[in-house]
Design a protein around this ligand. Structure first.
Ligand SMILES: [Zn+2]
Length: 423
């Protein structure tokens, strides 16, 4: 037996005796009682490497439905092999090539697992999906997850600004609770990027952020007895907006309405911004956007003759920007305008316009064709819910996290739902 070369597996039964039956990863959590969050971790290609600080244990589920637990101090490489995962001990010795899924836990409580060199709390579950893509899911306590989310989502703050971190902790926790089980049929609740909340594991954690999570443990925002959709963004530029104005296909919520931010986010480096967009940039970006969004038949829409703001929301954000050419006009709608125009000053070609709170100035050297447009704007992000830099400004001015949250989500209740998983 190949596994005999690796270690003795019998003590694992004892390890499990205190844990009961291993959790079934495919089970759907119930939001009110969920203690854990399942986060899909990014894996590059069809292989990944797992290590445990102090070793790890794993359960192998094979194609013939057999299941077995093992213990190791080695690192393991997992490689897709057809419709199965092949496990290589120390990256070399074939250990098993018949795994359907594998559950992994640190050997000792409180230790960490590493995926491709990055450390995470909790446990991993790895499998192939129906398209034979490699999936790795990190299952960990909700509170431990929020500790990892807070620093990348709002940045490290000094202790005297802890109230903003507490507000962000409640917002991130509420967002998580309201989105558990959101990916129907998938064994994870959260992605690790801006589709949900940025999460990069233990290295991102920060003592003051973690203190804010602990001081608000289990606390979430509700409206009419349901977890709110706790949207937040970087900088509102003076006023937040209705959710239905920013995303017309989403239902209006009573607590996602315009909130005046006075000068609380004026200190943000994103409060004022300016972008110059040339005719070639505009033609290329807007054509690509339209082709992806309902107009696949379009050729290049050059030359553009005008960019006109045809409608604004009550907050001043652009609701409709009309792109005119000699032959046709193309209305761009609300938040999608940011993707359609892009951000030429950024080094990233995927960067989007900071906000839709802007003015357009157009320039022509001759004829009706546009040479360029200059867009001057305020704020960064969609503008719905909590303004993070405004919330920092409020914490600096002495507001409590309750005051901050109740300002950006009027009418909500803050409730201590229960103390959720901390590992
Ligand atoms: Zn603001």
């Amino acid at each position: 037996m190949k596994r005999q070369l690796v270690f003795a597996s019998i003590p694992i039964f004892l390890y499990l005796a205190g844990c009961g039956k291993p959790p079934r990863m495919e089970e759907k959590p119930t939001p009110e009682i969920a203690e854990f969050v399942k986060v899909r971790l990014p894996v590059a290609g069809d292989r990944f490497e797992i290590k445990g600080s102090g070793g790890f244990v794993f359960q192998l589920h094979r194609a013939d439905s057999s299941e077995e637990w093992f213990e190791t101090d080695s690192y393991f490489q997992f490689v897709r092999a057809g419709r199965f995962l092949r496990l290589k001990e120390n990256g070399q010795r074939d250990f098993d090539s018949n795994a359907v899924w594998v559950l992994m836990r640190p050997k000792k409580e409180g230790r960490l697992l590493q995926l491709d060199g990055k450390s995470y709390r909790g446990e991993f579950w790895a499998a192939l999906d129906s398209f034979a893509n490699v999936i790795v899911v990190n299952k960990l306590g909700l509170e431990a997850y929020i500790k990892g989310v807070l620093p990348p989502e709002i940045g490290r703050r000094p202790a005297k600004e802890i109230e903003v971190l507490k507000a962000q902790a409640v917002a991130a926790r509420t967002y998580t609770l309201s989105h558990l089980g959101q990916y129907s049929g998938k064994p994870w609740d959260m992605e690790t990027d801006s589709r949900d909340q940025v999460y990069t594991g233990v290295e991102a954690e920060d003592p003051i952020c973690s203190q804010a999570v602990e001081e608000t443990a289990g606390e979430a925002a509700t409206f009419n007895g349901k977890f709110i959709n706790a949207y937040y963004h970087s900088t509102c530029g003076g006023k937040t907006d209705y959710i239905s104005s920013i995303w017309p296909h989403k239902p209006q919520e009573a607590y996602l309405v315009p909130a005046d931010d006075d000068t609380f986010c004026l200190w943000s480096k994103n409060f004022y911004w300016r972008e110059g967009l040339s005719q070639p940039w505009l033609a290329e970006k807007i054509t690509a956007f339209l082709k992806q969004h309902g107009r696949p038949e379009l050729g290049k829409i050059s030359p553009i003759t005008d960019l006109v703001v045809t409608e604004r929301n009550s907050s001043g954000r652009v609701r409709i920007l009309t792109v005119k050419t000699e032959r046709e006009s193309y209305p761009l709608l609300a938040d999608s305008i940011r993707w359609a125009l892009g951000r030429p000053s950024s080094s990233s070609p995927q960067a989007i316009l900071p906000s839709t709170l802007f003015e357009v100035e157009t320039f022509r050297s001759r004829s009706e064709v546009l040479d360029s447009a200059v867009i001057t704007g305020r704020g960064a992000g969609h503008g719905v819910g909590m303004c993070q830099t405004g919330a920092i400004g409020r914490a600096r001015a002495g507001q409590s996290y309750h005051e901050i949250l109740e300002h950006y989500y009027p009418g909500i209740r803050l409730e201590r739902v229960r103390r959720f998983g901390t590992r």
